[in-house]
Design a protein. Sequence first.
Lengths: 316, 419, 273
Amino acid sequence: MTLTQEATAGRAETRARPGRRRSQRLAALAFLLPALAYIVVFFGYPLVGNLVMSTQNYTVRSFYTGQAPFVGLDNYAAVFRNPVFGTAVTNTILFTAGSIFFQFTIGLALAVFFNGRFLGSATLRSLLLLPWLLPLVVSGAVWRWMFDQDHGIINAALRALHLASGPTPWLTSTSWALPAVILTNIWIGVPFNLVILHGGLRAIPDVLYEAAELDGANAWQRFQHVTWPLLRPVTGIVLMLGLVYTIKVFDVIMVVTGGGPADATQTLTTLSYGLSFHDFAFGQGAAVGNILIVLATCFGLVYLRSARASLSEVAS
Amino acid sequence: MSTARRNRRARTTVTGIGVTAALVFAAACSPSPQAPASGGSDAAPAASITELDYYADEQGTVAWQKILDTCTQQTGVKIERQSIPTAQMLPKILQGASSKTLPQLVFTDNPTLQQIASTGALTPLSDYGISTDGYYPGIIKAGTYQDKVYGLAPGVNGLALIYNKDLLAAAGVEPPKTWDELKAAATKLSKDGKYGLSFSAIPSEEGTWQFLPFFWSNGADLSKVDSAQSVQALRYVSDLVSSGGASKSVLNWSQNDVADQFVSGNAAMMINGSWNLARLDEEKSLHYGVVPVPTPQAGGKPAVALGGEVGAIPVSGDATQKAAGKVLSCILSEPTMLDWSKAHAYIPSKVDVAAKFGQQNPEMQAFIDEVATAKSRTADLGEKYPKVSAALATAIQSAITGQKPADQALRQAQQAAGS
Amino acid sequence: MRTLRHARLRTVAGLVIVAILLFPLYWMINASLQPSGALLKPSPELFPANGTFDGYRRALSGQLGHLVTSLIVSLGTVVVSLAIAMPASYALAQLRIRGGTMFLFVTLIVQMIPGIVMANALYTVFSNLGLIDNYLGLILADSTATIPFAILLLRAFMISIPRELSEAARIDGAGYWRTFTSIIVPLSRNAMVTAGLFSFLFAWADFLFAITLTTGQSFAPVTVGIYRFLGNQSADWNGIMATATLASIPAAILLVIAQRYVVAGMTSGAVKD
């Protein structure tokens, strides 16, 4: 539509009866209502409950009797004093950053590679989604075997390729355990990025690439000036959701290392679980959970600002 | 339809849905009142009860189902059974406690009984005429909270040293009886990527449970985990790893993995529980022997921790409680005890029944000897045990990884446990 | 020709990449065919020469019912999620609404609530409502993982649908609902498939709600059923791996079929150059 046509349509709308504006708002509310009701009913109770629990001295007995004395911010103080808390925060940041960075770049590289039309590209791309479909208890177990110091296939391969002289203590060393868990998580998370990014790539019209090629751009320049800018809204979603899901990761770590060795792979999520179900300090576990939500919320705000920007970008 | 009428309709619909949602929300969030107890204590026992256990795997679930079926036949009470993975037992019980929907008969790991009893959700077993006569003192202690018995186990288990007869004979090594002998044997049997000894040192109750025989045999006490005897025990265990007698991967191996290592021949000896014997018997090419866990000095008595699940009856109303009591009495009767122990490779928890069991199954004798002196983990600490156990498991990991020396690790554990 | 050789090279490179990335999967299938614990031998067999189908036999005899249950629950989750998320995304993307950004923000936040907190809360609510051991209950619970995601994804698609299309329909006299069903929904077909696909996969992989909201008396999804092979005191890795392999098959088929429709970004055909 040309600019003048757009302007006319816009003016036509504002000239409409004032009731029209209001009816649109009400209609919008009606469309939104099922989702709003669902979120309030299903998330309101747990969220509020968790907040309340973090201010109480909630023990096993509280589950049965329903009574838990109010202790204000004592649980949070106890959590900050906990010697493992600092390690957990560092590990969470490293784990999340490391996972997302590699999941995204590998996913993007694979999406670009398999976007071309060559024999088997569709089949191979579909096969790459399989890691996502396995139960985590199984993927975790397989990677545990592969990482085994003495009999694992990874050390055997490294030895065969002369990339390492001795066995790498993947899961038994406090320095290698976190990279091992990150590697496992990357493998599990690449398909998710691959699917969405590939979808974004497919939406970019071929004509743009052809035009760029005619202008003399090579593959890297085409990626830089055509692919990357047009992928930005999709990139935003993938990174944001990746952040939310990675921060919550629990099963992968528990199955592969259980949080060890010696708390080397403890993240805020595993710490929250440990406080609740090993120490029976449910209030502290809830407090860590809330700290996690606050941490992720900060990144959520960043996304929203960029989302609003992309909204105005598309509208203009 | 006019815009005004459409607006009004929209508004009414919106308000209606909102109010309904709020009502549903409010109704759902308030826990429903508990079902009133049916009449006085003269009420007849219910016709069926709900049961919860964690024998979820193939072998365990079939064996336990047989026990339950036998008792259904004998008592006439139908049993609706739920079996879940071990890690889900505690969350399930807590969810049941908070929504007042606890199962009517629950079999839980004995160290967790104190916690559950402390909530007030359980009923004393004496209410059902279940007496503790003839049971091993350890298991009675495990099920006792504030001088009342809330849980009893039909079968118990413990740890022992299981060794590969062929590998030991080939190396000319005798099954070790003392710590020195164990270390020597382990280092001698370790070569070519195989290790002499395998055990579990994972950061959970399993790791603590495996360490306790060494801890207690050396005279240490759970109320003071940084004592000299405790440091000595931890130093010994980390030495087993650092000297090459055991793989560092013990930090990552659960007891299932330890058994796998033993069966595949990667470990000549393993510290593992009696329940593995059923599987070991299936491996025809594997000739194994069982001796008690080695003690620091010759002639010492091994002090292993008591394993096994205790049956408890939560508050649920007179009729169902009575029925659960009948079922539990049946499960604790001698023939059922023997059946269960035979099927699942446990030890009967009554002294004379265990003796009879030992006669029928001589390969279990080493375990039976140990159970006589086994200690319950919650005997000294009661509800405080889980926290101490978690701190101890972390200390074990710190010491074996070399992150901290044993005394520092244990000092930190004592601080964490005490807070 | 240069392009043909290029294409062939890419196929080969593609095969190598997939082989490396899927190696753990191969290892899993290898494990499912070998006797339990065989992979622990010092030089593990890279190829299951003396394969055994015992694990598959055990898995098939016990797990088929669980697979059907998982299928019902997952498909139900797709239906519920799309039914709730589509109108909401339309409102957020196309209609002017105050507090839309706030709603989006809340949608992001609620996804960060730890799973165990959700499970505990939902158990209390559901046991009062009698929704335990209930397909609808499990579907509603699984939707907590899928609806926020679907809303975010669908909204991102719908933003790129030009407003002129709906405006044109409204000028012609169509109501909001009519515009939604006749114009927006058909145009969002690809986005709906994407959101539906993810909803299916999330529900398929769910374990926490499955174990919490069932009592084993009636039905159980395959994520719970697999624990028949994994216990406290024994682990049948053949059975586990075989079950996992079987469990991936329906999801894999769905993925291959739906791949064609997964397009993120501008809906093709709606915008004329």
